[in-house]
Design a protein around this ligand. Sequence first.
Ligand code: CS2
Length: 494
Amino acid sequence: MNRLGAATLGEVRGAILPGYGRDATGAGQVHLGVGAFMRAHLATYTEAALERDGGDWGIAGVSLRQRTVFDQLDPQDGLYTVRVADDKETTHRVVGALTSVHVAPEDPGRVVSLLADPRVAIVTLTVTEKGYSIAPSTGDLDLEHPGIRADLQGGGAPSTTLGFLAEGLDRRRRLGAPPITVLSCDNLPSNGRRLEGALRQFAERACPELTAWMDTNAAFPMTMVDRIVPATTEADLDAAARTLGVRDLALVKTEPFTQWVIEDRFAGPRPAWEAGGALFTGDVEVWETAKLRLLNGPHSALAYLGYLAGFSTIHEVVADPDFAAWARALMTREIAPVTPEPAGLDHATYIDDLLARFANSTLGHRTWQIAMDGSQKLPQRLLRTIRAQLEREGPIDKACLAVAAWMRYALGRDESGAAIDVQDPLASRFADIAAAGQGAADIAGRFLALKEVFGDELPANPRFRSAVESALARLLENGAAATVRDSLRKAAST
Ligand code: CS2
């Protein structure tokens, strides 16, 4: 079977194809982190803008670490398919917006040139939480990060996101290139503000002239991005090949739902992303907070508890009525009361919709995938909710059970004693805790001492401490399934 590419586009069956002239499309957008999420989310908005208005909004995609994505996309001339499915319908669309793909470690100079290119007006980023090299509890630049230390020392090519941005923007400054908008599309609180803050902290040390240039030449709008995009499997590729009649090694799969809310604060031109349904607003933070707390918080909670209970995908977890009811109770009793309701988003409907999205059985979203990088995710997903509830002396038990489930998971052994492949920047610290910890209170105490996750104040709160300790004790003693059912019964009786 032929591989998808410009020359085989005519052979594709059963998919919508790009309707604009790809060859004449220049790259006005650079994207850092060409993972599955970007391909199923923001590239589809750029695609819609190209379809509607044309223009030089092709995307030069950059992989910051590996060449896997390059090997998938480059032989396909940047073309790939987005498979959108729920339990009722499946559709396919070939996206043409990616005009080139680059591997930063192999050609860092090219990446800096792209960022400095005067024709580039937008840089978008999906580099995951850890890609920003900031302490999750404070948002400050992590000066101990080995990559940041090396990039600050200079003398070689950059390797971190911030190192590349600083060098690229500094070259723009020296060239007198036009202003640029840098758009963080990761699940961080106040993502644009955090990115700008960390980049300024970096620039103050590496190239101080850049900070003044940034005042008038760079904008960092905040964004809320939402679409569930699990890792593609071989089985997905095989199934799509049968439909499409060509083989696509860069295919991504996703759900029908998609949302992008963007702070309307650009330094220069931008693609007409509203053509794909993007919402431009003055206040993104309310959207972002609602999404991080109500979607990502329960997502992580279900991932840890579900994994421990032996479920490999999220839809299997919520197919268990007790887990689904527990997640709903976490959302309605603990999260919603301390979460803003953006205009047009009603909590009750949002919660119903989220649980229906989690139940989409076509996604095969692995609990293990969502469980990754918990140390980077917990603060914005669960700890902020807990802090807000502590302030009003409200309920915290379920959110604390989720925190304890993360600890239980991070210990690295499942309930049958098998090893868990714990992926996290702090994984070696977790292994130390697992080796030294004795009993629930001691283990919880050691995790709570991770300042980059919990900060100083929260672990000192006795209500929080004891809720986490007792939840961890129950998980260790009775297992996740029994603990969830028990927590649910308590909710019913209060
Ligand atoms: C998930 C998110 O992997 C995870 O941590 O919670 O990627 C989630 O699927 C997206 O944020 C949905 O928009």
